[in-house]
Design a protein around this ligand. Structure first.
Ligand SMILES: Nc1ncnc2c1ncn2[C@@H]1O[C@H](COP(=O)(O)OP(=O)(O)OP(=O)(O)O)[C@@H](O)[C@H]1O
Length: 273
């Protein structure tokens, strides 16, 4: 995917404001950003679901605005909040969507992969919120997409379901699927993404590998230790030197010693403030 100078306005309000982005084949790429930053709008433009006001967009070699059915066969989409077909069962729904695609997975295999086998015969209206979301994911992947869009895929998942979903994404990525996901769960981005972009007010404010985003790798460390009953801490660019000094001054082990670096959340909050 290659995006240059993407712009989108709703009435008088700018939602996407000159956005540049490149996602390589086979990457898992996460887009982070506060509510209203423009993540869903950008994703919908890349999916060919929404028209842009400006900029260049190429997805799988094609402008999504001009793309036809053969292009659509190659992508999978998990939208936020679909709510239709409530009287159909899980198996009927996944089977129905499978028939849209020339090279789909077996519906039962996909239902198994999202952990809904026990609910295969249940009507959609009887599913819990998290089960409903798993069904959305099943519908998104059943066409065996080369490129998968996941918009906040794990909203409402319990911790176990989230881990299962991460395994599923890793599995799809290992099969060569390119994945673009938005999430508010920073640990999800950290667990899954090869690269992340942080979006704020319709622009990318940082983009890179999770470990180095926003200068994270080179950021100062904080050394914590106990001085009698008092907890002490000091920020330093050279934690090894400070630890060596403390060790020498304590004549051996330093009580309560720990060294921390900024978390992805620390960096993220700094970037969007
Ligand atoms: N259909 C629409 N009509 C008018 N304004 C819209 C529409 N969709 C989105 N917007 C506005 O565009 C801006 C970007 O919204 P968007 O849904 O892309 O953000 P987001 O980053 O996905 O947010 P969230 O994290 O809450 O899902 C917001 O100010 C929103 O109110």
């Amino acid at each position: 995917m290659r995006v240059r100078g993407l712009r989108k306005r709703y009435g008088g309000a700018t939602a996407v404001d000159g956005l540049d982005l490149t996602v390589h084949r086979g990457e898992v790429f996460a887009v982070l950003g506060p509510n209203g930053a423009g993540k869903t709008t950008t994703m919908e433009i890349l999916e060919g679901y929404r028209r842009r006001d400006g900029g260049e967009v190429t997805v799988l070699g094609v402008d999504p605005q001009q793309a036809g059915l053969t292009w659509r066969y190659r992508i999978g989409v998990v939208l936020q909040n679909i709510d239709d077909g409530r009287e159909l069962t899980v198996a009927e729904t996944v089977g129905h969507f499978a028939r849209y695609y020339p090279n789909s997975y077996e519906p039962a295999e996909v239902i198994e992969r999202v952990g809904l086998t026990a609910k295969a015969k249940a009507r959609i209206r009887t599913l819990s919120g998290g089960q409903r979301r798993r069904l959305d994911v099943a519908v998104g992947i059943v066409g065996r997409p080369e490129l998968l869009f996941l918009d906040e895929p794990t909203t409402g998942f319990d911790p176990q379901a989230r881990r299962q979903f991460w395994d599923l994404v890793r599995h799809l990525a290992a099969d060569g699927t390119t994945i673009l996901l938005t999430t508010h769960h920073l640990e999800e981005a950290e667990a899954l993404a090869d690269r992340v972009a942080v979006l704020a007010q319709g622009r990318i404010v940082a983009c890179g590998e999770v470990a180095t985003l926003g200068g994270r790798a080179g950021a100062d460390a904080t050394v914590h230790w106990l001085d009698g009953d008092h907890r002490r801490s000091e920020r330093t660019a050279d934690p090894a030197a400070l630890v060596a000094r403390l060790t020498a001054s304590h004549g051996g082990s330093v009580p309560g010693l720990s060294v921390t670096r900024p978390s992805l959340e620390d960096i993220y909050l700094e970037l969007i403030s």
